[in-house]
Design a binder for this molecule. Structure first.
Ligand code: UD1
Ligand code: CA
Length: 464
């Protein structure tokens, strides 16, 4: 049977107290709307339509390339009006329409599948996902008869005290028979107090017309959490994080103090990798097998091959490391840097747009930017590539096997040939040919006996 999914995402979300539209806030490393779309896609529907309004451009940009179509709700006149905006796109589609809210992102595809199955099996006009909450404040309440048929949904703002005492709530997730939905949706009248068209009223309209609406009760309510405030956003983020670390641990990753670790949904990690406390693995990061990610390290959109060792407090962004590399502690690696096999990057070393060749070492206190560093090069402590002249960036090239003495300053553009030595504390401004020694520093002057003479002089005429 044909399935269309509509995601309502046009509201601003006043209760977030934000200039950003609610569905663009992030949880689990993605915007709320991206999370809902990812779940919807797992159902493999024929069409997915997002209803956009507030900051439509940004919402559409967040979903670029996802295959989602957009319906525009000109004025935010309520959830029924929002759904109605998608009618022109979907009216001829037939089959079932699954309605999701952009601010209910924790739903699993399994739960939705269950809802669709239940709708297909029993064939009512619609099935609503419901649950019982200890504190139902803010949610619509389900009014049902003794047989379990839903007669109406009453909103928090509109309910009588008796109705508001009911604990069974509307999740905002519904599966409708397409034809009946489009036929009756337009019959909803605006709420006298707010002037809004509530989608929840379609239940009463269908019921009055003699159609049945069923509720599918869920025991596990956490999937139905609606995000209205930043408190709920934080709770939602926590749930996504917990799910991800559980999934990773069951897939063979060791995670110490998992409650402290942040792993975005799109991150991949190989078996027997160890993740230490407070690590953050973000974006499209991919980590191989048998790696260690040290405590409090932050890795964003980067790729680590198997057996990479990352010491504590290391930051890696948009870069990659090949098998057996050692990075950190306290290293910063960014902007398309490539650390090759078995190379070492030690403490307080920063690499930017740099290739560090296989087996090369930069163990302490260095800045290597816009550099191409060959195999087995040794970079001494305190080495600096001066890559910026105040206007432009310039490249440094260091050939395989070269030895750069401590505290060297390499003024780019400059090249050090294969196998060369740079004397410690040199300032290198000219190309160094292969297999040579370059020393660029003041000659040492030694005056023997100078200190003793000075002491004698001071003794003879002490300062007042
Ligand atoms: C809604 C339900 C409530 C349910 C709760 C579950 C209605 C009237 N009420 O209440 O029964 O218990 O969700 O979380 O549906 N939206 C639009 N256009 C609009 C208004 C809203 O697209 O004109 C979108 C919002 O962006 C949001 C979703 O619809 O993603 C829900 O709107 P919201 O205002 O948060 O509804 P609730 O008051 O939470
Ligand atoms: Ca809501």
């Amino acid at each position: 049977m044909n399935l269309s999914v509509v995601i309502l995402a046009a509201g601003l979300g006043t209760r977030m107290k934000s200039k950003r539209a609610k569905v663009l806030h992030r949880a689990g490393g993605l915007t709320l709307i991206e999370q809902v779309v990812a779940t919807a896609k797992q159902l493999q529907p024929e069409r997915i339509v997002a209803v956009v309004g507030h900051q439509a451009e940004q919402v559409e940009a967040a979903l670029e390339g996802s295959g989602v179509e957009f319906a525009h709700q000109a004025e935010q006149k309520g959830t029924a009006d929002a759904l109605l905006s998608s009618r022109d796109l979907l009216a001829n589609q037939g089959g079932l329409v699954l309605v999701l809210y952009g601010d209910v992102p924790l739903l699993s595809a399994g739960t939705l599948q269950h809802l669709i199955e239940s709708q297909k099996k029993n064939g009512p006009a619609a099935t609503i996902l419901t649950t019982e909450l200890e504190d139902p404040t803010g949610y619509g309440r389900i009014i049902a008869d003794a047989l379990g048929n839903v007669q109406a949904i009453v909103e928090q703002k509109a309910g009588t005290l008796d109705q508001l005492a009911l604990c069974r709530v509307n999740s905002g997730i519904y599966c409708f028979q397409s034809e009946l939905l489009w036929q009756y949706l337009a019959e909803i009248s605006p709420h006298p107090a707010s002037g809004e068209y509530y989608l929840t009223d379609v239940v009463e309209v269908l019921h009055r017309a003699g159609h049945t609406v069923r509720a599918l009760d869920m025991e596990e309510w956490s999937e139905l959490l609606g995000i209205n405030t930043r408190l709920e956003l934080a709770a939602c983020d926590r749930v996504f994080r917990d799910r991800k670390v559980r999934e990773m641990m069951l897939a063979g990753v060791t995670i110490e103090k998992p409650e402290t670790v942040t792993i975005d949904n799109g991150v991949e990690i190989g078996e027997d990798t160890l993740i230490e406390p407070f690590a953050q693995l973000l974006g499209k990061t991919k980590i191989g097998k048998d790696c260690r990610i040290g405590a409090s390290s932050i890795i964003q959109d980067s790729e680590l091959a198997d057996g990479v060792d990352v010491g504590p407090f290391t930051m890696i962004a948009a870069s990659r490391a090949d098998a057996g590399a050692h990075l950190g502690p306290y290293a910063r690696i960014r902007m398309n840097t490539h650390i090759e096999r078995d190379a070492f990057v030690g403490n307080f070393v920063e690499l930017k747009k740099t290739r560090l060749g296989a087996g090369a070492k930069a163990q302490h206190l260095a800045y290597l930017g816009d550099a191409d560093i060959g195999e087995k090069v040794n970079i001494g402590a305190g080495t600096i590539t001066c890559n910026y002249d105040g206007h432009e960036k310039h490249a440094t090239k260091i050939g395989a096997g070269a030895f750069v003495g401590s505290n060297s300053t390499l003024v780019a553009p400059v090249e050090v040939g294969e196998g060369s030595y740079i004397g410690a504390a040199s300032i290198i401004t000219k190309h160094v040919p292969a297999d040579s020694l370059a020393v660029g520093r003041a000659h040492q002057v030694v005056k023997e006996g100078w200190a003793a003479t000075r002491r004698e002089q001071r003794k003879a005429s002490p300062k007042p």
